[in-house]
Structure formats: structure tokens, C-alpha cells
Design a binder for this molecule. Structure first.
Ligand code: MG
Length: 270
């Protein structure tokens, strides 16, 4: 690879036409990757204006447009009602607890809930809290989860002084990706998840042609860095890759008195 790199440099110096530019600073030691800048070939501009663009113009978003949610976000839960949500089992009204402090809490063994609206690529903000009063251990301590497209779980768990398998710990893409860090606040305090989800693509035959990806910031700390979704996130068995289009955002009732609460849920379609 080094010889190719030298050859490209020699070509670049020897010819003014069809120049392939190689930035030596971008070639890391031992890397096989050679980064070229064909877009920037030709005569190098000599004025600042020559490298300025004015279109497209990005939209203006007020980051605090709606009680803390961005002005272009869809607010899915602001504490006032469950209008945007339904039970997964039969699409009936949500049976979870609606609290006076603007949050909701899992009502044990009533089942998962999901948004009525379906989404593709999204930026999701959601806040969650595990109870200050500790009960149980491992996967049975305040276990819930945020499922993208209703299929891919970002784990919610009280992991404070409570070890478990690391690909199932808080912030894991369940049984697929160990988080880069455990960034939880103390039990009983509110955590934030900011999730960027890119859905997988499928062809007409139902085959996956591009994997989805998930990025997660947990309380502002990067814990999942654009990881590739391998498929569904089952408790038992391999990931599966059923073809799907848009899907709901789903929140888990783990069925073991998790008492996990959520609040301030909004989404931006990407
Ligand atoms: Mg879970």
C-alpha cells in the first residue's frame, strides 16, 4: 500500500491533469485506506469566496421551541396524556401510570406500549428513571427498553452496582453491541437517551441490502457510535431480519415490577 501511496504522490507531482490528490495526514499508520479528494481536483482556488457555498440553506430550528423540544420535533409525550401511544397487544388505550409530575411509569404485566405513529430514520430524545428503591438483581432490576422500529432494543436497566452480561447492560443494543461506557446517573434520578436511528433497507424480495445503524448518547456521553444493527434483539436466539418499512417506537414492560418511568419524549424525522 505504501508503494501505491508513493506512486500516487509521484503522479500528482508529475502531472497537472487528472490529478489525484492524496492528503498524507489522512493516511494513518498501518492503514490500508488511501483517501482521495477527487472533488477538489483541478486548479486550487486562490480566493476565500471560491470555496463558499450559499445553497442549500438549512432550515432554522429553535432548539427550545416547545417546552424544551426543538421546534420541528414531534412531541410524543409531554406528561399530559397518552394520546400518541397505544398498547402493543391490541392497540387499546395505554394502561401504564400517568403521573402528576409529567412522567409515565410502567404498570407491571400490562404489556409494552408503542407510538401510534410510525417512523423511519429518526433522532429520538427520551428520558427514563429507575426507582431509588432497589429491588432484585441483574436483568430483573428496573429492566425496560426503547425499541426502534418496534424491533431493535436499546436496553434500559438499573446497572448501578448491579453487573450483568455486558451486551445486555444499560445502553447496550441488546445482545449485539456492548456500550462504550456506563454513563448512568444514580438510581432514582433522570437519565437521558439521545438516539440517532437509521433504518435498514430491504429490496423487493425482502432481503436486507443495507444495515440499519444506531448512535446513542447516554446523559450526553457517546455509548453507541453508529453501530450496525445485525437484526432483531431477542432474549433467546439469533438476530432476525424481517423486511419492514416504517415502524413504531416501543417501550418495554419487562413484567417483573420494573417501575421504570419515562418523560419528555420527542422525535425528529430525518
Ligand atoms: Mg429490556
Amino acid at each position: 500500500m505504501r508503494y501505491l501511496f508513493v506512486l500516487l504522490l509521484a503522479l500528482g507531482m508529475g502531472s497537472c491533469q487528472e490529478k489525484v490528490k492524496v492528503d498524507p495526514l489522512e493516511k494513518k499508520e498501518g492503514s490500508e485506506q488511501v483517501i482521495t479528494y477527487e472533488e477538489y481536483s483541478g486548479e486550487e482556488p486562490t480566493t476565500p469566496e471560491a470555496t463558499e457555498v450559499y445553497e442549500p440553506v438549512p432550515p432554522t430550528v429553535d432548539p427550545n421551541g416547545q417546552d424544551g423540544a426543538p421546534s420541528d420535533a414531534i412531541v410524543l409525550f409531554d406528561g399530559s396524556d397518552f394520546d400518541a401511544w397505544e398498547m402493543v397487544s391490541d392497540s387499546s388505550e395505554v394502561k401504564w401510570h400517568l403521573n402528576e409530575d409529567g412522567s409515565m411509569t410502567v404498570k407491571d404485566k400490562t404489556g409494552d406500549i408503542q407510538t401510534k405513529q410510525e417512523f423511519g430514520d429518526i433522532q429520538l430524545h427520551i428520558e427514563w428513571r429507575s426507582p431509588a428503591e432497589i429491588q432484585r438483581d441483574g436483568q430483573n432490576r428496573a429492566n425496560s427498553g426503547v425499541f426502534l422500529d418496534g424491533l431493535y432494543e436499546v436496553q434500559v436497566l438499573d446497572n448501578n452496582d448491579n453487573d450483568t452480561y455486558t451486551n445486555g447492560q444499560v445502553g447496550s443494543i441488546y445482545k449485539q453491541h456492548v456500550p462504550l461506557a456506563k454513563a448512568s446517573v444514580p438510581s432514582g434520578e433522570w437519565n437521558t437517551y439521545d438516539i440517532i436511528y437509521r433504518a435498514p433497507h430491504f429490496n423487493d424480495a425482502g432481503e436486507k441490502i443495507k444495515s440499519g445503524t444506531i448512535t446513542v448518547l447516554h446523559n450526553g456521553v457517546l455509548i453507541q457510535d453508529h453501530v450496525e444493527i445485525k437484526g432483531t434483539t431477542p432474549y433467546i436466539g439469533w438476530p432476525k431480519n424481517p423486511a419492514h418499512g416504517k415502524g413504531p417506537i416501543r417501550l418495554q414492560d419487562h413484567g417483573d415490577n420494573s417501575r421504570v418511568s419515562y418523560r419528555n419524549i420527542w422525535v425528529r424525522e430525518l
